[in-house]
Ligand binder design. Structure first.
Ligand code: NAI
Ligand code: MG
Length: 479
């Protein structure tokens, strides 16, 4: 087996300007929370505290929603669409200009490898602002025949901790382009890039109140969801919280989009290009430590190539570098929080207890910080918890199938339906499988491809509504 050779440490050197304490960004200004409370955000790679962040109470959320309403009525809905576009382009350019700083901030606050925040999160976030800036003055071309593009009003947007800046961009950019104003609630473990985005928005001189950022926890999010003067809620996060939000909005006039969990099938046929498929599988599950709603976490391998694939994947596992995410050579960074590490550990134990066989990369975990080695399970049964529940960590469950129809049956046997992947050399088989998979996104002979022009979203318990592309505009326009 090829063993990993030593690399010298290569930490990214940029020191982002992190303030000791952050207020709330309301009505274009930094304000102290009426709650008087602050909470710490830590670096999960070292457990060091990075900053103190304001905790927004329901009163603070109310202030933010009022500011957003005023900005909507007074400036944003009345502004010429081409002028709105100029502001959104300005945000996009500022993200590009500050890309190194934002990447370091994202990695420090959330634990993802710097090469991912640098090469994926930040450029893709900027791309979303560029893309939707382009739509702002062309909305009538996006609308179905004859409809006038009309914004919804104030959008409450709640984002998770796995792609903090990118999820904020997915939500804020189309909302602004369509003429809505925003109250954004970042996740409690990763508020820093949303706060940096607020600084960018302040410097871009957007009218006060067009974008407000309120930091806090689930109670802050719940206050935003239940606020009377919010016209739309966009939520990305756990299925459990998504269901609770849907229940609480039933019977109200508020519009809702939900982007929830997943347990994506990643199907590898015997005729697949094996080297590429292995790379696709590795990318599918170990990207961002598996903290990915569309992660290819259920590998379905055709029986005749199962043993070969397992041997190759075991070898490949040993070449993944786990360590401090700020190092440019790191492949597997830190788990986002202790709570998430506990959840992963518990589910992995259930896999062992239920009789699956665990294979892990052999490496020494850093003394401090939250880490979990890249892992996979063989001998997995469809009934195992590790085959059904979202682990949201670097843990793959491998199952087998014999015929294309059996692959489809197993792939679709899940309460989720966010994404899926197929590997085969045969084009017609790719098409057949892709057409019959009940998933919002299907990648053929590739995985985890994202583009602002391509819509993304789920079926079943993975949620509803689409983000990205023309479809993403409909979620922020009255129709
Ligand atoms: P979560 O759903 O609690 O958190 C996501 C966001 O929702 C955060 O900003 C949080 O403050 C907010 N939130 C929490 N409770 C809320 C409520 N009642 N009303 C409004 N907003 C609320 O997710 P959590 O607990 O951090 O992670 C638990 C599991 O959820 C993970 O292990 C993973 O399986 C899944 N998850 C899925 C994500 C996805 O992208 N689909 C993202 C994050 C977590
Ligand atoms: Mg943090």
């Amino acid at each position: 087996m090829s063993s990993i050779f030593e690399y010298a440490p290569a930490p990214e050197t940029t020191k982002p300007a992190i303030r000791e304490q952050y207020g709330l960004f309301i009505n274009g200004a930094w304000v102290a929370p009426q709650s008087g409370k602050y909470f710490d955000t830590v670096n999960p790679a070292t457990e060091e505290t990075l900053a103190r962040v304001a905790y927004a109470s329901p009163e603070d959320v109310d202030r933010a929603v009022r500011a957003a309403r005023k900005a909507y009525d007074k400036y944003w809905r009345k502004m010429r669409p081409a002028d709105r576009a100029k502001y959104i382009y300005r945000i996009a350019r500022a993200i590009t200009e500050r890309s190194r700083e934002l990447a370091v901030l994202e990695t420090l606050d959330g634990g993802k490898p710097i090469k991912e925040s640098r090469d994926f999160d930040v450029p893709t976030a900027a791309a979303h602002f560029f893309y939707y800036a382009g739509w702002a003055d062309k909305l009538e071309w996006a609308m179905r025949a004859g409809r006038e593009p009309e914004p919804l009003g104030v959008a409450g947007q709640i984002v998770p901790w796995n792609f903090p800046l990118l999820m904020a961009a997915w939500k804020v950019a189309p909302a602004l382009a369509c003429g809505n104003t925003v109250v954004l609630k970042p996740a409690e473990t990763t508020p820093l890039t949303a706060l940096a985005l607020a600084q960018i928005i302040q410097e871009a001189d957007l009218p006060p109140g067009v974008v407000n950022v309120v930091t806090g926890d689930g109670a802050t999010g719940a206050a935003l969801v239940s606020h009377d003067d919010v016209d739309k809620i966009a939520f990305t996060g756990s299925t459990e919280v998504g269901k609770a939000i849907q229940r609480s909005l039933a019977g109200t006039r508020k519009r809702l989009t939900l982007e929830l969990g997943g347990k994506a099938a990643h199907i590898v046929f015997a005729d697949a290009p094996m080297e590429q498929a292995i790379e696709g599988v590795v990318n599918g599950i170990y990207f961002n430590q598996g903290h990915v709603c569309c992660a290819g976490s259920r590998l379905l391998v055709q029986e005749s190539v199962h043993d070969e694939l397992v041997v190759r994947l075991t070898e490949r596992l040993q070449t993944l570098r786990l360590g401090n995410p700020i190092d440019k050579n790191t492949d597997i960074g830190a788990i986002n929080s202790r709570a998430q590490l506990d959840k992963i550990t518990e589910l992995v134990q259930s896999g062992i207890d239920q009789g699956a066989v665990l294979v892990q990369q052999s490496c020494t975990l850093p003394d401090r910080g939250y880490y979990f080695p890249a892992s996979f399970f063989t001998n997995v049964q469809m009934s195992h918890r590790i085959a059904r529940e979202e682990i949201f960590g670097p843990v793959l469950s491998i199952l087998t199938f014999r015929t294309p129809d059996e692959a489809l049956e197993k792939a679709n046997n899940t309460p989720y339906g966010l994404s899926a992947g197929v590997w085969t050399d045969k084009g017609s088989k790719n098409m057949y499988i892709a057409q019959h998979l009940r998933a919002g996104v299907v990648w053929c002979n590739t995985f985890n491809q994202f583009d602002p022009s391509s819509p993304f979203g789920g079926y079943k318990e993975s949620g509803f509504g689409r983000e990205g592309g023309v479809h993403g505009l409909y979620e922020y326009l009255a129709h």
